[in-house]
Design a protein around this ligand. Structure first.
Ligand code: ADP
Ligand code: MG
Length: 464
C-alpha cells in the first residue's frame, strides 16, 4: 500500500485492523472505545485515528497503541506512527439522541445548582441580596423603610443607620441590599464598602503586622458608604475598637453614610454605648424581629421562585407554620427538601416535611451535648476526635473542625469562648471566624449544605 489510499481504502484497512484487535482485548473495551473509531487520514506515514472522547484517547494511547500500530503496519508498511484525535465518531442518528440526552442533563444540572453569585471584590457585596428579593412585613417594615430612605439621601437622612435583631432575620440581606441598590443607581459615583466586623478585625490585624496602617485607613476612609455587619463582634478587641471608632468619626464628620448591623440594640453594645451614643441619637435605629406567618409564606414563595422550584400549598403552609424563628433555618429546610426532590427523587409530602423539620431544627440543649456534636462530626469525616481538636492545618481536618464549631453555635448556641475552649483550646476569634465562614458557605454551597444536614441527622441519632 502507499500514500494514495482513498477514503474507502482507509476505511477497509482500518476495519480489518479492528476485526483483529477485537479478538485480543476485552470485549467491553472494544465495544466502548474502538468499535466506532475511524481512520481519518494518512500523510507522511502518520495515520490519524478518531476516537470519541478524551478518556478513550488516553486509554487507547496507553493500552492499545502498540497493538494497533503493529496491525496497521502489517497491512500498510509505510505506516510510521498513529496519531489519535478526539472527534465525534458516532453515526449521526445516535449523535442527535446523545445531544438531547446531554442537554437534558445540562438542563437538570442547571436547575439543580444554586444560582451562582459572585461577590464584588471592590465593594465586597453579594449581588444576591437585593430589595426586590426581600419580603417586607410588620417584622421589618421600619428597618426596610429606613434602608430605602438612605438611597436618595446618602449620608444625610438616617446617618448612621443601625439595624439590629436576632440570628437569621435578614439583617445581612437588608444592609447588603442598600449597598447593591446604591451601586446599581449611582455606579462608580458613590463608593460603597461592605465589611463584616470579623473581616474588619482581620484587616486591622494584618495591617498592623505588615506595618501598613495607612493603607488600611485609606481603604476604609476613601469611601462614601460604609456598611459594617455584626458590630457586636468588634467589642472587646481593643485595637479594633479603637480603629473602628476612628473610622466611624472620620467618615461621619464628612457626612459619609454609615450602616451598622448588630444582634442587639446599640445601648447593649459596649463600645457603642460609651463612645457613640450621642451619634446614634441623630441617626436611626430599627429592629428586625420574627416574621409573621404571612411573611413566612411570602418568603417561602420568593425562595421557590428564585430557585425555580415548586412545592404544594400544603407543604408551604406546614413549613411556614413550623419554622417561626429563623429565616435561615427555613431556607435550610427548603434546601433539604430540594435535595430529596431531585437527588433522591422522593415526592415531598407533609409527612416527609414533618420528619425533616424534626430532625433538622434546633433542639433544647438538654437533648444534645457538645461531645455528641464533636463525636458525630469526627465520625462523619472519619477522623479521630483528637485530630479534630488538634492543631493540624490540613484542609481535611480544618473544614471538619470549622463545621464542628459552627454546629456548636448553631445547635447549642454556646458562647464563642466556650466553643474555642472545647475545640482544642482555641481563641474565641477562631470560633467566630469558623461560624461566620461556614454560615456564608452554607448559603452558597449545596454540597456543604447536604453534609451538614447529614451530620445533624447523625447527631440526633447518636442522641437516641
Ligand atoms: P441575619 O444577617 O439577620 O442573620 P440574613 O440576612 O443572613 O440574616 O438572612 C438569612 C437568610 O434569610 C438569607 O438567605 C436571607 O436572604 C433570608 N431572608 C431574611 N429575611 C428575609 C426577607 N425578609 N425576605 C427574603 N429573604 C429573607
Ligand atoms: Mg448576618
Amino acid at each position: 500500500m502507499n500514500e494514495t489510499l482513498n477514503d474507502t481504502d482507509l476505511e477497509k484497512v482500518w476495519q480489518s485492523v479492528l476485526a483483529e484487535i477485537e479478538l485480543q482485548i476485552p470485549k467491553q473495551n472494544f465495544a466502548t472505545m474502538l468499535k466506532s473509531s475511524r481512520l481519518l487520514d494518512k500523510q507522511n506515514g502518520v495515520a490519524v485515528v478518531a476516537l470519541s472522547n478524551n478518556f478513550h484517547k488516553l486509554w487507547v494511547e496507553d493500552k492499545y497503541h502498540k497493538a494497533l500500530f503493529n496491525l496497521l503496519r502489517l497491512r500498510d508498511t509505510t505506516t510510521r506512527d498513529i496519531k489519535y484525535v478526539v472527534q465525534n465518531t458516532e453515526p449521526p442518528t445516535q449523535r442527535v439522541q446523545r445531544e438531547d440526552a446531554l442537554s437534558k442533563f445540562e438542563f437538570e444540572k442547571k436547575q439543580l445548582a444554586f444560582p451562582e453569585f459572585k461577590i464584588d471584590p471592590e465593594t465586597n457585596l453579594n449581588p444576591k441580596y437585593t430589595f426586590s428579593s426581600f419580603v417586607v412585613g410588620s417584622a421589618n417594615e421600619l428597618a426596610y423603610a429606613a434602608a430605602q430612605g438612605i438611597i436618595n439621601d446618602i449620608g444625610k437622612k438616617y446617618n448612621p443607620l443601625f439595624i439590629y435583631g436576632g440570628v437569621g432575620l435578614g439583617k445581612t440581606h437588608l444592609i447588603q441590599a442598600i449597598g447593591n441598590e446604591i451601586k446599581s443607581l449611582y455606579k462608580n459615583r458613590v463608593r460603597v464598602r461592605y465589611v463584616s466586623s470579623e473581616k474588619f478585625t482581620s484587616d486591622i490585624v494584618s495591617a498592623l503586622r505588615a506595618k501598613r496602617m495607612e493603607d488600611m485607613k485609606r481603604k476604609y476612609r476613601d469611601i462614601d458608604v460604609l456598611i459594617v455587619d455584626d458590630i457586636q463582634f468588634i467589642a472587646g478587641k481593643e485595637k479594633t475598637e479603637e480603629e473602628f471608632f476612628n473610622t466611624f468619626n472620620a467618615l461621619y464628620e464628612v457626612n459619609k453614610q454609615i450602616v451598622i448591623s448588630s444582634d442587639r440594640p446599640p445601648q447593649s453594645v459596649p463600645i457603642l454605648e460609651e463612645r457613640l451614643r450621642s451619634r446614634f441619637e441623630g441617626g436611626m435605629v430599627a429592629d428586625v424581629s420574627y416574621p409573621t406567618y404571612e411573611m413566612r409564606v411570602a418568603i417561602l414563595k420568593t425562595k421557590l421562585q428564585e430557585r425555580q422550584k415548586e412545592l404544594s400549598d400544603d407543604v408551604i403552609d406546614l413549613i411556614a407554620a413550623k419554622m417561626k424563628r429563623n429565616i435561615r433555618e427555613l431556607e435550610g429546610i427548603l434546601n433539604i427538601l430540594f435535595f430529596y426532590q431531585e437527588q433522591k427523587r422522593v415526592p415531598v409530602t407533609c409527612t416527609l416535611v414533618e420528619e425533616i423539620i424534626k430532625k433538622n431544627t434546633r433542639r433544647t440543649p438538654e437533648n444534645i451535648t457538645p461531645s455528641q456534636i464533636i463525636k458525630s462530626v469526627a465520625a462523619f469525616f472519619e477522623i479521630s476526635i483528637e485530630y479534630l481538636g488538634g492543631h493540624c492545618r490540613k484542609k481535611e481536618v480544618v473544614i471538619p473542625r470549622q463545621i464542628a464549631m459552627y454546629l456548636l453555635r448553631d445547635m447549642l448556641e454556646l458562647s464563642y469562648p466556650h466553643i474555642g475552649d472545647i475545640v482544642g483550646k482555641r481563641d474565641h476569634t477562631t470560633a467566630i471566624h469558623a461560624f461566620e465562614k461556614i454560615t456564608q458557605e452554607v448559603n452558597k454551597n449545596n454540597d456543604l449544605n447536604q453534609k451538614i444536614a447529614l451530620i445533624k441527622e447523625l447527631i440526633n441519632k447518636n442522641k437516641e
